[in-house]
Design a protein around this ligand. Structure first.
Ligand code: SF4
Ligand code: SF4
Length: 332
């Protein structure tokens, strides 16, 4: 039987051991249904998720809810929205109780005297022209001033097809303001013209993502294997999709046979009662979903399947390390 220590040795075994002790149980929370932007292609608003629940307004109820989430075993709270920073008191209710990651568009600065080590992921959709076209604003001009040099912040750069061949200047700009960047791909949830990936474009973007990781290894938090799985939608010959996705809300998961999945994962709406199907839009076609976190988790929950060769298990380690770095469980 193949074991980890028969497949890995020396440095790789040490790298494996560094991450294998992590026992992360994450869930996702819609902190609010409001946002100070309305991006074309936003999965939240394009699927009407702002209408499925009425926001809980009492911060004490948020506190009590988070306590029950802790009892449920959650040890990483991922805050999304809408825009979480519109309600710092709710963000604070999480931060005071759980390791917390806040996804934001970066227009409002998280006060570091209140949240000194909270992980912040700033969304960025491209260069100023693309940002203005899709989001109505050059957000980088504002977010980079708010967060320059911040040790607990990185950009979550959503690459779109028109960005092909133009990714490097953005990586450089991020490096120049002393921040890190993680790469993912747009899933065109609102069918914006010119923003849907073709197979040929996906192959090209994979090469470009690989190139950025090789050229900027201290700035780009990524993995070649993640690029492969995300752009091809295949892992070990299996196609990504509904029957493979790990990021489905556990009590809503009726799949048979049930795939390997995130244990106890739930995505909660802002009324703290309603749940969403998965980590992204319930109206999205799983066959074309390019959600980066779902693909990353897909690899991570399938460790055993990667124990067929040394190369496969090393690939798995690189994706797990990428995840651990993004949440600062291990250093950058
Ligand atoms: S900033 Fe985020 S939540 Fe707000 S509209 Fe854009 S994608 Fe949606
Ligand atoms: S839309 Fe994406 S994240 Fe959601 S269930 Fe489908 S594959 Fe998973």
């Amino acid at each position: 039987m193949k074991t980890v220590s028969s497949l890995l040795d020396g440095e790789w075994l040490a790298r494996y051991r560094r991450i294998s002790k992590l026992n992360i149980r994450s869930s996702i929370y819609d902190v609010t249904d409001k946002c100070n932007l309305r991006c074309k292609g936003c999965f939240f608003f394009s699927s009407g998720e702002q209408h499925v629940a009425q926001e809980e307004m009492d911060v004490e109820r948020w506190g009590a809810f988070i306590e029950t989430e802790k009892e449920r075993g959650v040890n990483l709270a991922i805050l999304i929205g809408g825009e979480p920073t519109l309600h710092m008191e709710r963000v604070g209710a999480f931060y005071d109780r759980l390791p917390t990651y806040c996804a934001t568009n970066g227009l409002i600065k998280v006060p570091r005297d209140r949240f000194p080590d909270m992980m912040v992921g700033i969304s960025l959709w491209g260069d100023p022209e693309i940002e203005k076209q899709l989001r109505g604003k050059d957000t980088f001009a504002i977010s980079s001033k708010n967060y320059a040099g911040d040790d607990y912040t990185y950009y979550l750069y959503t690459i779109t097809p028109p960005q092909l061949g133009h990714i490097e200047p953005i990586i450089k700009k991020i490096e120049d303001v002393g921040l890190k960047v993680h790469l993912q791909l747009l899933s065109n949830d609102e069918d914006v013209g010119g923003f849907t990936w073709s197979e040929e474009q996906l192959a090209r973007v994979r090469d470009e993502m690989d190139d950025m990781l090789d050229k900027y290894p201290r700035t780009v938090i990524s993995s070649h294997y993640y690029h492969e799985v995300l752009t091809t939608g295949r892992m070990l010959g299996r196609p990504f999709g509904w029957m493979e996705c790990p990021s489905v809300t556990e009590p809503m998961d009726t799949r048979e046979p049930r795939p390997k999945r995130l244990i106890r994962f739930i995505r909660w709406a802002s009324d703290l009662k309603t749940t969403h199907r998965c980590c992204t839009s319930a109206t999205r076609d799983c066959a074309t979903c390019k959600d980066g976190a779902a693909h990353m988790s897909w690899v991570m929950v399938n460790k055993r399947a990667h124990m067929r060769s040394t190369q496969d298990l090393q690939n798995w380690v690189t994706v797990y390390e990428m995840f651990a770095k993004l949440y600062r469980f291990i250093p950058w």
